[in-house]
Each structure stands twice: as structure tokens, then as C-alpha cells.
Design a protein around this ligand. Structure first.
Ligand SMILES: Nc1ncnc2c1ncn2[C@@H]1O[C@H](COP(=O)(O)OP(=O)(O)OP(=O)(O)O)[C@@H](O)[C@H]1O
Ligand SMILES: CC(C)(CO)[C@@H](O)C(=O)[O-]
Ligand code: BAL
Length: 284
């Protein structure tokens, strides 16, 4: 596997690959790789001639300076993991490569960014859209791989791809979980042993909500989830939402939708985690 740090080098490499008729799969990440990332990388290696992974902890998408400063960075370990999944190139640029000038772009995703992560992390999706657009230009993938754990992100990126006519296929893979149900996440590395155990309650809460869907009104389910998580030490719920899976807008009346996304964001100790479950109401 070749590690590339410069934008000019990745551009040259990609141009040569495309001229040679190679199909490029791309997995953008912020590193501290885990099985969730590896699943995306394996899929890319299977479905494309060449796989490029990027690792860039993108400053413009962090609304909280501590979150940026403390984000896990494990590059050496990541390189070893990437070799195990047949990744061909790691693109790991510095911030000065990606942002030679202050980015001034303003994206607008309408109602999609007014809820959940967009509402609670001001500027977050502007930063994601900026860096993903740049990465797509640098890497020019035929296929780009994202995870369902960041459901709102993949929905926004889908809108971005359409709006800017990126010539690529976007694919989304299901959330990989630990044995107790906790969604794998790089930020889990910041949890201490006690917080790591407590964190599984986010998944328990989602399962509890799923079980109540046919029995209770949305408002009552939300109240139960808030009460359940309030009882847990070191957990502070930021939001729990029942959203239409297509628009991610809050659902009041379950009879009006076919499939919902149960979405949660909560602090466990100092670490903010998110998770979601998709539920097809007609199949429940
Ligand atoms: N548990 C998971 N299952 C499937 N895909 C995942 C999982 N965790 C992350 N991904 C996907 O991997 C890609 C890179 O994500 P990222 O590097 O931010 O990792 P992360 O684990 O989501 O970290 P964090 O949530 O702490 O930022 C994203 O498309 C993300 O949705
Ligand atoms: C897509 C992404 C790599 C953009 O920085 C990031 O938001 C992530 O890792 O999900
Ligand atoms: N994993 C999504 C990117 C972020 O939390 O900033």
C-alpha cells in the first residue's frame, strides 16, 4: 500500500489509473479505524479495481474545539489495518494541503440540515460538504462508500452528489456493532471502561423505542426514552428523534410513514456519540 500526503500526487495517480481504465473505490474516513471502516474497505476492494482510503480529521466540520483536539489519531495502526483489507492507496493529507486558503463555501441543504446533527452541531454539514466535495475532486472515485451510522451525513452527501452532478455512485453499508450493541465509532476509544459499558444503553434505548412503535404514540415513546436515559449515570441525552427515513424530518403520526429512522445523540461522560436504527413499519 502506498501512502500519499500531497494533493498533486493523488491527482496524478488518479489520472493515470483512470487513463488505464481502472475503476476506483473510495472510502473517506477520519482514521482511528475499526471494523465499521474495514467493512467499507473490503466492499470497495471487492467491487473495484483500486481502493483509496482517505484519513483526514477535517477541522471545518468540528463545532467543538475539544472534540477536534481529542479526536483519536492512530495513523501507524491504521496503516497496518489498511494492509489487511487490500487497500491500494492511503491519502492522508495535512490541513494545509486540503485548505491552502480559508474555505469560504456556504452550502445549504434546507430542512435536511435543520434537524438533529445539523441543528446541534452548527456548521458541521457545511464542513462535511466542503471536504467531501474536495475529496471527490482529488480522488475522482467511481464508487464512494459511507456508513449508515452517520445516516444524516450520507443523506446530505447524496443531496450534494446530485446538486453538484458528481459522476459517481454512492453506497451505504449497515452499522457494525460491538457484541453488546454499541455502534462502533472512533470516538469510543475515548471512553473509559465504565463509560464503555454505559454506552451500550444508547443501543438499548433504540431497541426499546423500536419495541414501542406499534403500541405508543411518538410523544410517549420519546418521553420513555428520555426517562430511561436520564436514569443512567454519566449519560446526557441530546436528542432522540423518530424521523422519516427519506427526509429525516420528525414524524408525529406513525400512520403517515412507511419507514422511520430512530436517531439518537447523547454524551457518555465527555464523549458525544450518535446511533440510529431503521424500522420498516409495514414489516414490524
Ligand atoms: N460502526 C460503523 N458501521 C458502519 N460504518 C461506519 C461505522 N462507523 C463509522 N462508519 C463509517 O465510516 C466512515 C468514516 O467515519 P469516521 O471516520 O467518522 O468514523 P466514525 O467511527 O464514525 O468516527 P466518529 O463517529 O467517532 O467520528 C463514515 O462513512 C461512517 O459512517
Ligand atoms: C465523510 C468524512 C470523512 C468527512 O470528513 C467524515 O465526516 C466521516 O469520517 O464520516
Ligand atoms: N463520523 C461523522 C463525522 C463527525 O462526527 O464529525
Amino acid at each position: 500500500m502506498e501512502v500519499i500526503k500531497q494533493v498533486s500526487t493523488i491527482r496524478e495517480k488518479v489520472q493515470a489509473l483512470r487513463c488505464g481504465g481502472k475503476r476506483i473505490g473510495f472510502v473517506p474516513t477520519m482514521g482511528a479505524l475499526h471494523e465499521g471502516h474495514l467493512q467499507l474497505l473490503r466492499a470497495s476492494a471487492q467491487e473495484n479495481d483500486v481502493t483509496i482510503c482517505s484519513i483526514f480529521v477535517n477541522p471545518t466540520q468540528f463545532n467543538n474545539p475539544d472534540d477536534y483536539k481529542l479526536y483519536p489519531r492512530t495513523l501507524e495502526q491504521d496503516v497496518e489495518l489498511l494492509k489487511t483489507v487490500n487497500c491500494d492507496y492511503l491519502f492522508a493529507p495535512g490541513a494545509e494541503e486540503v485548505y491552502p486558503q480559508q474555505p469560504l463555501l456556504q452550502f445549504s441543504f434546507g430542512p435536511l440540515e435543520a434537524v438533529m446533527e445539523g441543528e446541534h452541531r452548527p456548521g458541521h454539514f457545511n464542513g462535511v460538504a466542503t471536504v467531501v466535495s474536495k475529496l471527490f475532486h482529488f480522488v475522482q472515485p467511481h464508487k464512494a462508500y459511507f456508513g449508515q451510522k452517520d445516516l444524516q451525513q450520507v443523506t446530505i452527501v447524496r443531496q450534494l452528489v446530485q446538486a453538484l452532478s458528481f459522476d459517481l455512485e454512492l453506497v451505504c453499508y449497515p452499522t457494525i456493532r460491538e457484541e453488546d450493541g454499541l455502534a462502533m465509532s472512533s470516538r469510543n476509544k475515548r471512553l473509559n471502561v465504565e463509560q464503555r459499558q454505559i454506552a451500550a444503553n444508547l443501543y438499548n434505548a433504540l431497541q426499546m423505542a423500536r419495541g414501542q412503535l406499534g403500541q405508543k404514540a411518538v410523544a410517549a415513546i420519546k418521553e420513555d426514552i428520555r426517562n430511561y436515559l436520564n436514569q443512567q449515570d454519566q449519560v446526557e441525552l441530546e436528542y432522540f428523534e423518530v424521523a422519516d427515513v427519506n427526509t429525516l424530518q420528525p414524524v408525529q403520526d406513525l400512520s403517515e410513514v412507511q419507514e422511520v429512522a430512530l436517531c439518537i445523540a447523547a454524551f457518555v461522560g465527555p464523549v458525544r456519540l450518535i446511533d440510529n436504527l431503521l424500522v420498516n413499519l409495514k414489516e414490524e
